[in-house]
Write a protein that binds this ligand. Sequence first.
Ligand code: F6P
Length: 525
Amino acid sequence: MASSTLTCDTEPWKDLKAHVQDIRKTHLRNLMNDTERCKSMMVEFDGLLLDYSRQCTTLDTMDKLFKLAEAAHLKQKINGMYNGDKINSTENRAVLHVALRASKDAVICCDGKNVVPEVWKVLDKIREFSERVRSGSWVGATGKALKDVVAIGIGGSFLGPLFVHTALQTDPEASKCARGRQLRFLANVDPIDFARNIAGLNPETTLAVVVSKTFTTAETMLNARTMREWISAALGPAAVAKHMVAVSTNLPLVEKFGIDPNNAFAFWDWVGGRYSAVAVRNNGKGTKNIQHVLLGLLSVWNVTFLGYPARAILPYSQALEKFAPHIQQVSMESNGKGVSIDGVPLPFEAGEIDFGEPGTNGQHSFYQLIHQGRVVPCDFIGIVKSQQPVSLKGEVVSNHDELMSNFFAQPDALAYGKTPEELQKENVAPHLIPHKTFSGNRPSLSLLLPSLDAYNVGQLLAIYEHRIAVQGFTWGINSFDQWGVELGKSLASQVRKQLNASCTKGEPVKGFNFSTTTMLTRYLE
Ligand code: F6P
């Protein structure tokens, strides 16, 4: 275990700790009256408007947070990432997902080599292949064009693509080429997921894309084998070459599986699985900008200093229904760590519990807790122009306006609350006053996007990815490894061996504790 300076030992950290007492004396109701403060907490960039005036912060807090960023060497760490330094030190890897979105003329080096031309070679290969499938020039084993696609992958190889697909599914421009086609996602090794995914599909017109960085993930490989069998059973083993392709860093294993290497789309160990989703190629634009730093620092403030462990992601857009699940993985797998990058146990809480639902659905689900129960800092995400506008005859307010009315109302309800005095003035029965009181002072931020096209979806992705990296850099942890998922995997492999031995040789369950032995024995019976 190496010794190093933890961010919490720095002066700005201590200063912020002391500052919490000042902030506890304020209420957002009063902070919102300071127009100058609010003005300075509106940031416009690339058509997006960020309003963080409903955070429990003063200008002084922001100043102190920027001092903390300096003490955490945030700028140097961000530069290190862009320069291809091996900042994922536990895996000795660079962190260069930004290169996936770089323009052709950009230069981003890893081990002294510009990786952008390689990236573009693969992106072009993907485009050419997709165009062949769409045009029908790529046909399946029986000569029919491939219509439907099943993407097989889990974790980062699933949630990012699912989010991008869901977000753009109803975008008139992006969905043009998908008309009459289905894209399904097979992630869970639960056979129910397989059954649901192939329901109604014809193997003759189906393409399976196996997405796995390592090409060893147990669930993905079993699902890929199940799909291979489904195709082979219907069309013969030779059909696999026409009906299955792969996206992976492990091309030898792809070939061993039986997928033609010409139909494999490579990527590199410097792309973390959860950072591998790309919506549009230039979404890295402005990624070093102040907004990511601001957002990351605000999250550190909420989690570590104010002690609010969760964050609700609340997009007022059904197209963004898979945004929270995606960010859940990016954030919690990246920053759910208990030691510093040098292996020193953290004497403070890092990481964040992310969850969310699109508005207004969430309002009818868990908002009660957010309004009167626990304090959960919220991210409200709104869209100016709907992908699918609807205005009913005789109704002045469009359906999208109805949705957005809630987007604008909720942050104020959380910030201001409702006092017993206000309720008294409204002649509320005294016994109901405690129940109808809202304490307010609940932080949120609002992000308003002009529309939800491929570019803005990419922007949104980049904002959150960078924000999460900023949080990790400030906490001084490694946001790019995920050792926490390993223990469960290795225990599952012991159980798998036991199931195998019991089923094939009738061996009794042994080597497990009483609880697991009892449960396993019951399962095998
Ligand atoms: O859950 C752990 C994890 O390693 C994720 O980080 C990753 O996105 C996922 O499994 C799938 O990994 P792969 O792309 O290698 O199949």
